[in-house]
Ligand binder design. Structure first.
Ligand SMILES: *[C@@H]1O[C@H](CO)[C@@H](O)[C@H](O)[C@H]1NC(C)=O
Ligand SMILES: *[C@@H]1O[C@H](CO)[C@@H](O)[C@H](O)[C@H]1NC(C)=O
Ligand SMILES: *[C@@H]1O[C@H](CO)[C@@H](O)[C@H](O)[C@H]1NC(C)=O
Ligand SMILES: *[C@@H]1O[C@H](CO)[C@@H](O)[C@H](O)[C@H]1NC(C)=O
Ligand SMILES: *[C@@H]1O[C@H](CO)[C@@H](O)[C@H](O)[C@H]1NC(C)=O
Length: 456
């Protein structure tokens, strides 16, 4: 069983470059050994950064205004590249001094699930990854009285059905409700704000509605006990939907950064791409009408019927362990809706430099104020899938190079991946950045504010 690392309170939001610091020789050695993975990671990223910048001008993706001066210095000292050109704002400005308290819940709510190794790696595992990253993060506070937000770590996606291997989330509501009973009776913070400064992850098909089928999800709705809280969710659409009718942040689905790194070690993003259009996944020839709905609204079936046999399209219907090695060889990767509009393919394609072709009408994409999706992806309307070939030919003949250049900016890949140790500009960091925009919900800050109002 994997245990979550015990919290450390060390400073340095970015990768800790402490090995450069004053400790004795022997300790340096141990630290070096301990940090060799990071060093390796840095060397690799440096390799990709430099191979990229030899031919391209850096494109600032996100306004990195939350720069942490200390970690910047460490970073610049260690890699000395030009890609981080953010202003060296002072420490105080970083994430607006956001402070998060992470409840220590009994392990039945979270880490017990990790006895199944798949639980920390599957596509819904953002709930695990964000928890881990917060435990090790600089924004974590051990004093709940100074916290802006309260993170409630309940893993609900890890109960795999023995029948089909898919997560069974039938227990999600009762598990979360029981966690809330616990924290609201043992601590004063939930009652104080009725949960509005409490943060949950709902990384499932329809977010906090906790059902994979849209009609059931909508009928069940978001449970009352979560309606005032902040939900980090993979589900998001641009129109009104009962399953996002709550304060929320759209987050990317989880893909292991380790697996991406391994794939890119073998084939860099700028390598040869000999597959023109790629899709591998569930594609029913005769989709069943499940309570009035068809899987993928039949879009995947249409793709299969129209383009199976077209030599430009590499369409596969069965699981394959070398899946990522195919993506990294592909120019365009199809990301059609499944039951829900979002799919892990979005992150996989971006991380591996394959232009995502998003086919999911009305989808709201993760971190859209930081990731400029129109610059790095293509969107095709569900009704236009029969014209995919023509549409992609047109892009290939016109602006494919510029889309790829934008996509291959390392900061794009970084923004969609959750690391165990949050790094500036990675997915956890963007979550924190989004939370720092919601500080008006912080009970602590509003109290300080009203006190200073009284003073003046
Ligand atoms: C490192 O960065 C400094 C300024 O940031 C620059 O003057 C110097 O040439 C760089 N060194 C290398 C080896 O790139
Ligand atoms: C796992 O899910 C099934 C089906 O939803 C449920 O019956 C079972 O109680 C769950 N297991 C746990 C430990 O919550
Ligand atoms: C919070 O409210 C609930 C229900 O009103 C109550 O049972 C609980 O004791 C309260 N918690 C605290 C810490 O006062
Ligand atoms: C799908 O099933 C629902 C009832 O479950 C039915 O009302 C609907 O007409 C069916 N649609 C098609 C295209 O068969
Ligand atoms: C590339 O062209 C397509 C239309 O062919 C357009 O939708 C897309 O926005 C363009 N992307 C970029 C980055 O220029």
């Amino acid at each position: 069983m994997e245990e979550l690392k015990r919290p450390t309170r060390r400073r340095g939001f970015y990768v800790r470059m402490r090995l450069l610091h004053k400790n004795g020789r022997q300790q340096d050695k141990n630290l070096c050994f301990k940090y060799y993975k990071w060093v390796l990671w840095f060397s690799l990223t440096l390799y990709f950064f430099s191979s990229y910048f030899i031919s391209h001008k850096p494109i600032p993706l996100s306004k990195t205004r939350f720069a942490n001066s200390k970690s910047n210095r460490a970073l610049i000292e260690s890699v000395n590249t030009t890609f981080l050109h953010q202003p060296t704002s002072n420490n105080k400005g970083s994430l607006r001094d956001l402070k998060i308290y992470v409840y220590a819940l009994p392990s039945i709510y979270n880490t017990d699930w990790l006895s199944n190794e798949r639980c920390s790696n599957h596509l819904f595992a953002a709930e695990v990854a964000i928890h881990k990253a917060l435990l090790n993060s600089d924004v974590r506070t051990f004093d709940p009285y100074e916290a802006d937000f309260f993170f409630v770590p309940v893993y609900v996606s890890c109960n795999f059905s023995t029948v089909n291997g898919f997560p069974a989330i039938g227990h999600a509501r009762s598990l979360i409700s029981s966690a809330i009973n616990l924290i609201s009776s043992e601590y004063p913070f939930w009652n104080r704000s009725r949960g509005s400064d409490h943060v949950f992850v709902a990384s499932h098909d329809y977010g906090a509605c906790f059902h994979a089928m849209e009609n059931r999800a909508v009928a069940d709705g978001i449970p009352d006990f979560l309606k005032k809280s902040i939900i980090l969710q993979t589900f998001g659409v641009k129109y009104n939907h009962p399953c996002q009718d709550v304060e929320n942040v759209v987050i990317p689905p989880y893909i292991s950064p380790e697996s991406v790194r391994k794939t890119l070690e073998k084939s860099p993003v700028t390598g040869k791409r000999d597959i023109w259009v790629f899709f591998r996944g569930k594609m029913e020839m005769h989709p069943k009408n499940v309570s009035g709905r068809f899987y993928s609204k039949k879009v995947r079936t249409d793709i299969w019927r129209r383009y199976n046999g077209d030599r430009r399209f590499y369409l596969q219907r069965h699981r394959f362990a070398g899946y990522q090695s195919e993506i990294v060889r592909s120019v365009f990767c199809l990301c059609p809706l499944g039951w829900a509009p979002w799919s892990p393919r979005l992150v996989e394609s971006v991380a591996l430099g394959c232009v995502p072709v998003i086919i999911a009408d009305g989808i709201r994409l993760p971190f859209s104020n930081a990731v400029n999706w129109p610059d790095i992806s293509l969107t095709v309307a569900e009704k236009d899938v029969s014209k995919l070939g023509m549409i992609l030919e047109h892009v290939a003949a016109t602006n494919l190079t510029s889309v790829q250049r934008n996509l291959w900016d390392p900061s794009v890949r970084r923004a969609l991946l959750f690391n165990d140790q949050a790094q500036q500009g990675d997915a956890t960091w963007h979550v924190l950045s989004a939370l720092s925009e919601k500080l008006d919900r912080s009970h602590m800050r509003s109290r300080l504010q009203s006190e200073s109002d009284v003073d003046t």
